[in-house]
Design a protein around this ligand. Structure first.
Ligand code: GDP
Ligand code: IMO
Ligand code: MG
Length: 425
C-alpha cells in the first residue's frame, strides 16, 4: 500500500502531532524522517496531554511500530528521557526502531548552537538551541557520528576523537571555550545511553520496505515545516533539514513512487517562532487573541509564537513543492470570537499585485498582504464534528481558503483533542 506523508505547510506547530496520531489509527508504522528534538508535537487524548520531540506521534497505539529514520538527528540522552517518560505513563515503547544511520547530537553540538547564536547578536536566527544545525553541519562535513557507531566502542572513540580534533579547535580558537575531552564524553555516552539505546538500533530502511511490501500502511511524520526547509524556506531563517515531503525519501530510504497521499497541515491562521520575514504578521488585538486563545507558546521552548492571518500565497507555494494531495486545517476554533477574518490572497510589492511567492527574499520582506475579509462566525466550534455543524460563515471561510489554495480541505480541527475534528470532504 502506498505510504502517506504528513507535512507542515507553514512555519511549524500546525498540529502535525495531532493528525499523525489521528491517522495512525489506520496505520502500522509511523516514521520520523528529519529534524530532531527541535520538534514539539502535542497529542491530547482523553484530556491527557503528551508532548513528543523525537518519538513518532503514533506511539500511543499498541499496533504502531514507531520508527526514527536515518534523516533524524538524535540526542541519545533526550531520546532515553522521552522513552522513560512514555513508559512511566503506561506507553509501550519497546518496539521503537532507531536507524543505525541516524546521526547523533552530542553536547558539543548544543554548545556550538548557542555560541553561533550569541555570535550573530541581533541577527540571530532564534534557533531552539538543540544542536540541530551543528549536527547536520558535521554530517555534511563527514565528521558526524552515527547511531551505529555506538555498537563498537573502539570505532565510537576513534570517531569522537576525529570529530573533536576539529571541533575543539573551533571551540577554543574561535569561541575561546574549553575543549571537550573525547574519552570523557565517550565514557558518559556509552555509560549512560548504550544499554537503553542498543535494543532499538535497527535497519529501518528494510523494516519500512518489509512493511510496505506486506501491504501495510506506513505514515511519515514531518517535523518543522515547509518554510523552515533548508532549501525552500526563508533562508537563513530556517532549520537545517528538509521537512518538505520530498525529504521523506532520503530521510527514511523510500522512493517517490512509494508515496500515495501527502497531507499538508495548516493552521487556519499562521504562526512563526524565531526570526525571519512574515508578510501577514499581526501586531494588533487579533494577533494577541490568536496567541492567547490559541495558546501560541512553543511546545518546546515556551517562546511566544508570532501570529498572522492565513497566507494563501505561501500555501500555494507549499502545495507545489510538497505535491500536496489535500489539507487539514487546524485551530479554526481559535477564531470563534473574531468579528472579522482575513485571508491574504496576494502581495503588493512596489505597487504591483503578485500572486506567486517571490524567489527574491528582499521582496518577501517588503511584501504587503492583500486581504479578502469576511465576517466571523461568532460560534463555539469546539463540539463541531460534522460539516453540517459548521455555521455558514465558517464554511465560507474554508471555501475561500480552498479556492485560493487549489487543493481540497479534507479535515478540519476544532480543538486540541483527538476527537475534535471534522471530515470535511
Ligand atoms: P506540531 O508541532 O505541528 O505537532 O504542533 P504543536 O503541538 O507544536 O502545536 C499545536 C498546538 O495546538 C498544540 O498545543 C495542540 O494541542 C494544539 N491544537 C492542535 N489542533 C488544535 C485545534 O484544532 N484547536 C486548538 N485550539 N488547538 C489545537
Ligand atoms: P515542530 O515540528 C516551530 C524554528 C526555530 C528557528 C528555526 C531554526 O514542532 O513544528 P533549529 O533549532 O531547528 O535550528 O531552529 O526553526 N523551529 C521550529 N519552529 N516548530 C518547530 O518544530 C521548529 N523547529 C525549529 O524556532 O526559527
Ligand atoms: Mg511543534
Amino acid at each position: 500500500m502506498p505510504a502517506t506523508i504528513v507535512v507542515g505547510t507553514q512555519w511549524g506547530d500546525e498540529g502535525k502531532g495531532k493528525f499523525t496520531d489521528l491517522l495512525a489509527k489506520e496505520m502500522s508504522m509511523v516514521v520520523r524522517y528529519q529534524g530532531g528534538h527541535n520538534a514539539g508535537h502535542t497529542l491530547v487524548v482523553d484530556g491527557e496531554t503528551f508532548k513528543l520531540q523525537l518519538v513518532p506521534s503514533g506511539v500511543l497505539y499498541d499496533h504502531i511500530t514507531p520508527v526514527i529514520g536515518n534523516g533524524v538527528v538524535v540526542d541519545p540522552f533526550v531520546l532515553l528521557k522521552e522513552m522513560a517518560m512514555l513508559r512511566d505513563r503506561g506507553i509501550d515503547v519497546s518496539g521503537l526502531l532507531l536507524s543505525g544511520n541516524a546521526h547523533l547530537i552530542l553536547p558539543y553540538h548544543q554548545e556550538l548552537d548557542a555560541l553561533h547564536e550569541r555570535h550573530l547578536g541581533k541577527n540571530k536566527l532564534g534557533t531552539t538551541k538543540r544542536g540541530i544545525g551543528p549536527a547536520y553541519a558535521d554530517k555534511s562535513m563527514r565528521l558526524g557520528i552515527r547511531v551505529q557507531d555506538l555498537l563498537d566502542e573502539d570505532i565510537f572513540r576513534e570517531k569522537l576523537h576525529g570529530a573533536l580534533s576539529h571541533t575543539n579547535k573551533v571551540l577554543t580558537k574561535v569561541f575561546n571555550r574549553l575543549p571537550v575531552d573525547p574519552d570523557e564524553l565517550a565514557d558518559r555516552v556509552l555509560g549512560e545511553c548504550l544499554e537503553g539505546i542498543k535494543p532499538h538500533i535497527a535497519d529501518t530502511v528494510n523494516a519500512i520496505h518489509d512493511a510496505l511490501d506486506a501491504g501495510q500502511h506506513v505514515l511519515f511524520e514531518g517535523a518543522q515545516a515547509t518554510f523552515l526547509d533548508l532549501d525552500h524556506g526563508t533562508y537563513p531563517f530556517v532549520t537545517s533539514s528538509n521537512p518538505t515531503a520530498g525529504g521523506a525519501c532520503p530521510g527514511a530510504g523510500i522512493g517517490p513512487r512509494d508515496v500515495g497521499r501527502i497531507l499538508g497541515i495548516a493552521k487556519a491562521y499562521i504562526t512563526r517562532v524565531g526570526a525571519g520575514p512574515f508578510p501577514t504578521e499581526l501586531f494588533d488585538d487579533y494577533g494577541d487573541k490568536m496567541v492567547d486563545i490559541g495558546r501560541e507558546f512553543g511546545t518546546n521552548t515556551g517562546r511566544r509564537r508570532r501570529p498572522g492571518w492565513f497566507d494563501a500565497v505561501m500555501m500555494r507555494h507549499a502545495v507545489k513543492i510538497n505535491s500536496l494531495s489535500d489539507l487539514a486545517i487546524t485551530k479554526l476554533d481559535v477564531m470563534d470570537t473574531f468579528d472579522t477574518v482575513k485571508i491574504c490572497v496576494a502581495y503588493e510589492i512596489d505597487g504591483k499585485r503578485v500572486e506567486k511567492l517571490p524567489y527574491h527574499q528582499s521582496d518577501v520582506h517588503r511584501a504587503k498582504p492583500i486581504y479578502e475579509e469576511m465576517p466571523g462566525w461568532k460560534t463555539d466550534l469546539s463540539k463541531a464534528t460534522e460539516p453540517g455543524h459548521l455555521p455558514e460563515n465558517a464554511t465560507a471561510y474554508l471555501r475561500l481558503l480552498e479556492d485560493q489554495v487549489g487543493v481540497p480541505v479534507t479535515l478540519v480541527s476544532t480543538g486540541p483533542g483527538r476527537d475534535q475534528y471534522i471530515h470535511w470532504a
